[in-house]
Structures are given as structure tokens and as C-alpha cells.
Design a protein around this ligand. Structure first.
Ligand code: CA
Length: 225
């Protein structure tokens, strides 16, 4: 899951970015409204959720929100705001935001709201199966033959992406866009490393991997696996 955070106050931006990365999200940060708007519209399909500060240099969060909504009616948008009158909140929601959170806030509260919006958008599906592997993204749990398997945040995010797209070829550039973030550029070799980690932890010994390599393109988890 990839999030764009537009926030001009560096300490707040770092706090949110680091916290979300620890939870396994890919996070890009824009520190002004103009860059935020460019990234939002330029990579609209890559983002699963937008976190927009209200008061930004260049272009306001409200304006970014309106522009995103013109192009995409559904992608979740949350406002971060220091404004605290009811009118302001209504104004933000009228601009198309799904939710808002007032600064200062506890990270856990922000995380909970993000999870609610992503869940409702995903049509409630949070359990995935593949052979003897079972994944529950809400409980943050992966089991193999009923036994828990410890995965790192990135391994978990990569597995989730592959299972959500079971039966389809997951292109390497797409995986990087969805699971890592913009700072990785397009060096996709990191994917191979993490695919190997997943295979070591989840494959059945002596049998073909549950993750098929599509040479020169990417990876696929097969329906019948
Ligand atoms: Ca601000």
C-alpha cells in the first residue's frame, strides 16, 4: 500500500513517514503544495491513500484534494489540520476528503483511520489463501499449515501485493511502485532479494515455488498453487 503525504512541517512529516513505514506502507513525502499536486496527479493510480496538510506553501491541501477528486472519486483522502472549528472540517469534507485529523494527534489514531479507509475501499477482503499459506492482513498474520510464519514488514507487504493479484503477472516496476516508494527509483533488484526471502520462508521443500518467475517481466502466484 502506497501513501502520498503532503506536509510542509518537516518534524511532523518525518514522524508520520517513519511510523507508516514501520507499519509496512510505502510513503512518499512532498513538502509543499505544488510538488504535492504534481505527484498526486502524476502518479494518481500508484497511490492507495493521500494524507494532505491543510495549510501548505504554494497550493493548499484543499485545492490538491479538489484536483484529486476531479480525477478519482474513490481514492481515500485524509486531511491533517490544525484548524479546529466545525466549519473548517465541513469545508474539508465538502472538498472531497473522507476524513480529517487535528494536530497534534497520536500516531495510533492516524493509523486506525487509515486502516478503516483502506479496508472499506478493499471491499473488506483481508484474508488470502494460497495452498497451505494463509494470510490475514487485518490480524497481521501469516500461517503455513496453520503454523505462524514471521515476516518482516516488507516481506509482508510484498506477499500481500502478490496474493491480492493472485493469478495475474505482477510486473517488477509495478511491485516497486506499490510496495517500495519513490526513493527506490526503478532499481528493481531489491524485489528478487525479497522474493527469495518469501520463498525460503513459505515454499514447500522439494516442490516448485509458490511464486513463479516470469522471466524479464515479474512474478506470479498461481491460482492453483
Ligand atoms: Ca502546514
Amino acid at each position: 500500500m502506497r501513501i502520498l503525504l503532503v506536509e510542509d512541517e518537516t518534524p511532523i512529516a518525518n514522524f508520520i513517514r517513519d511510523g507508516l513505514r514501520e507499519e509496512g506502507f510505502a510513503v512518499d513525502v512532498a513538502d509543499n503544495g505544488r510538488t504535492g499536486l504534481e505527484m498526486a496527479l502524476g502518479y494518481l493510480d500508484e497511490y492507495d491513500l493521500f494524507l494532505l496538510d491543510w495549510m501548505l506553501p504554494g497550493v493548499s491541501g484543499i485545492e490538491i484534494c479538489r484536483q484529486i477528486r476531479k480525477e478519482n472519486a474513490l481514492v481515500p483522502i485524509i486531511f491533517l489540520t490544525a484548524k479546529d472549528t466545525a466549519d473548517d472540517a465541513v469545508f474539508g469534507l465538502e472538498a472531497g476528503a473522507n476524513d480529517y485529523i487535528r494536530k497534534p494527534f497520536a500516531f495510533e489514531e492516524l493509523l486506525a483511520r487509515i486502516r478503516v479507509l483502506l479496508r472499506s475501499r478493499e471491499g473488506e477482503q483481508h484474508t488470502f489463501f494460497c495452498g497451505d499459506i494463509e494470510m490475514d492482513t487485518e490480524a497481521y498474520r501469516v500461517t503455513k499449515r496453520g503454523k505462524p510464519v514471521e515476516l518482516t514488514q516488507k516481506e509482508f507487504a510484498l506477499l500481500e501485493y502478490l496474493l491480492r493479484n493472485k493469478g495475474k503477472v505482477c510486473r517488477r516496476t509495478r511491485i516497486i511502485e506499490k510496495v517500495w516508494d519513490i526513493n527506490f527509483g526503478y532499481d528493481t533488484s531489491v524485489i528478487d532479494v525479497y522474493i527469495n526471502f518469501l520463498r525460503k520462508k513459505l515454499d514447500r521443500p522439494g516442490e516448485p515455488s509458490f511464486i513463479e518467475t516470469i522471466r524479464g517481466v515479474g512474478y506470479r502466484v498461481n491460482e492453483e498453487a
